[in-house]
Design a protein around this ligand. Structure first.
Ligand code: UDP
Ligand code: MG
Length: 311
């Protein structure tokens, strides 16, 4: 079979409820695109029936490819695998839960034909998401933008189209704590965005609990910014400066003979406070070191257990 023009990457983690409604939407998309298309479903170690459902679908859809991970390696690893296996000249990522409407891909493809190399899907509205998620996402994208010195588009998730050149550039970055949104902004190229309304999840529950969301947010900030380290340093300076002044004041009071209170409380508070600052700063440094450790081990980003379908 000839190489497809478009590749669509979809990470799947315990998505048995949405898969049945996903296939017809994909089929419609594949027929609407102006050139050949392959769809890569990357099963990120699902523990439900998703792998069986996809394996069955392989027989009915010639454009479908199925890659199964040996265990759950996480959304970003699944996307990375997608970029590694995709053969198309334009590669689109989207979520399995139909929150990123497949129809928008047609619009992205038009912009790609116009010569853009990185096309972001930017969220207009976020239906069916909690106020908490909307607020945290809103503030996170803006904090990230002011901390990291790269021009990251706000409100753009992992729904995007990349040209082959951009994909190859992205693939040359093999860092382990990946924050693809940042990396995509970092590689540059001719970028533009397509606005879309983010739908609610078609079925099932979110596979991004708060724990995973926080981990991703942390990866984003720590791998693109050393501002937190600098803040730790400044905090250290401020606190030691204050301690120094307090020390001088204590001496003056003592020498002047005004020293009457036994002053245990202030001492205890000071010791606790400085201890707390120490621990925070050490923990912060530890976060960076643990990331360095991960990089040094240089383990593969994911392990593929099965690779089926497609050309
Ligand atoms: N996902 C994954 N591995 C994980 C968690 C999620 O591959 O460990 C996939 C999931 O199947 C979906 C996409 O990542 O296709 C986005 O997840 P979800 O829709 O649950 O996140 P949300 O939209 O709630 O942020
Ligand atoms: Mg979702």
């Amino acid at each position: 079979m000839i190489k497809p023009t478009y590749s669509i990457i979809i990470p799947v983690f315990n998505e048995e409820e949405v898969l049945p409604s996903l296939f017809p939407r994909l089929e419609a998309l594949v027929s609407r695109l102006d050139a050949s298309c392959e769809v890569l479903l990357i099963d990120d170690g699902s523990r439900d029936r998703s792998p069986e459902i996809i394996t069955k679908a392989l027989a009915s859809f010639p454009w479908l490819r199925f890659i199964r991970f040996a265990r759950n390696f996480g959304h970003q690893a699944a996307l990375s695998a997608g970029y590694d296996f995709a053969q198309g000249d334009a590669v689109v990522c989207m979520d399995a839960d139909l929150q990123d409407p497949p129809e928008v891909v047609v619009e992205m493809a038009q912009r790609w034909r116009e010569g853009f190399q990185v096309i972001y899907g930017v969220r207009n509205a976020r239906a069916g998401e909690t106020l908490f998620k909307k607020f945290t996402a809103w503030s996170y994208y803006r904090t990230m933008r002011s901390l990291a010195r790269i021009d990251m588009p706000v409100d753009a998730g992992d729904f995007r189209l990349l040209d082959r050149n951009a994909v190859d550039a992205l693939r040359s970055i093999r860092e382990r704590n990946r924050y693809l949104r940042g990396l995509v902004a970092w590689i540059g190229f001719k970028q533009c965005s397509v606005k879309y309304d983010r739908a609610g999840r078609a079925a099932g529950e979110t596979k991004y609990p708060l724990r995973k969301m926080l981990a991703l947010a942390f990866d984003g900030i720590l791998s693109f910014s050393s501002v937190p380290l600098r803040t730790a340093l400044i905090l250290g300076f401020v606190v030691s400066g204050l301690s120094f002044i307090t020390g001088i004041a204590a001496l003056v009071v003592k020498i002047g003979g005004w020293y009457t209170v036994d002053g245990w409380t202030s001492l205890a508070v000071l010791v606790c406070f400085i201890g707390g600052v120490h621990l925070t700063v050490m923990g912060l440094i530890g976060e960076y070191i643990s990331r360095i450790y991960d990089e040094v081990k240089a383990r593969p980003l994911y392990i593929v257990a099965e690779n089926r379908g497609g050309p």
